[in-house]
Design a protein around this ligand. Sequence first.
Ligand code: PGA
Length: 250
Amino acid sequence: MQAITRGNVKIIVTEDPGEMGRQTAGLVAEEMKKNETLVLGLCTGGTAVPIYQELISMYMERTLSFRNATTFNLDEYYPIHPRETSSYYCFMRTELFDYIDITSSNILFPNALSRNPSQACESYESLIQKCGGIDLMLLGIGENAHIGFNEPGTPRTSRTRMVALTEKTRASNSRFFDVLDQVPSHALSMGIATIMDARKIVLSACGAKKAKAIADALEAISTPEVPASYLQEHPDCTFVLDREAALYLL
Ligand code: PGA
């Protein structure tokens, strides 16, 4: 493991996705031990799987409890039924929630069945405020440096809203569906301002496919064309990478 910094951002470079998962989960556990009513922002995607496996192991070993924690997921397809296997709600259940002691009423998602998506997004923002804001936000990153469904061009002031998915993101996410046509065209996603309001942010990434996005996020000046570059302005942001994703930083 190697620790480096770029500006404000702390970077932990690990050997492989397994170690990335252990390091990221370790940062979550550290915060949960300080505050058992932690408000956690959670992401989905392949990168999250080793992180959630590690959190499950910690729960099984009784070193961590989620009983008093609250979770807000970063995004959800729209419209989608939570019971559909391709929903992010279902992903979270099968990869984490079904195996830990989280209280089901503390699991929060934007309402992807609402007939009024803008109202559903406003309610989600209000709920985050009501819970005192997000203490720790976990993020992945897209090959185009998106965070959540905040694609290139997303303004710094954006909040939870309905977004149209780019064809590239739909194609990349089609691995979780039977065919590309089944990938929804829209999603409800926290905005950049929602993410930046979190008190602490941890972005995790693995693999050579993410190396350019990581380098752009840290090397370019903060720009809407590289949504993850906004994170440079956050006072407490850590990137946990495997060696391949850190290729251009070492
Ligand atoms: P991945 O997705 O972890 O499946 O690569 C991350 C993202 O697109 O945000």
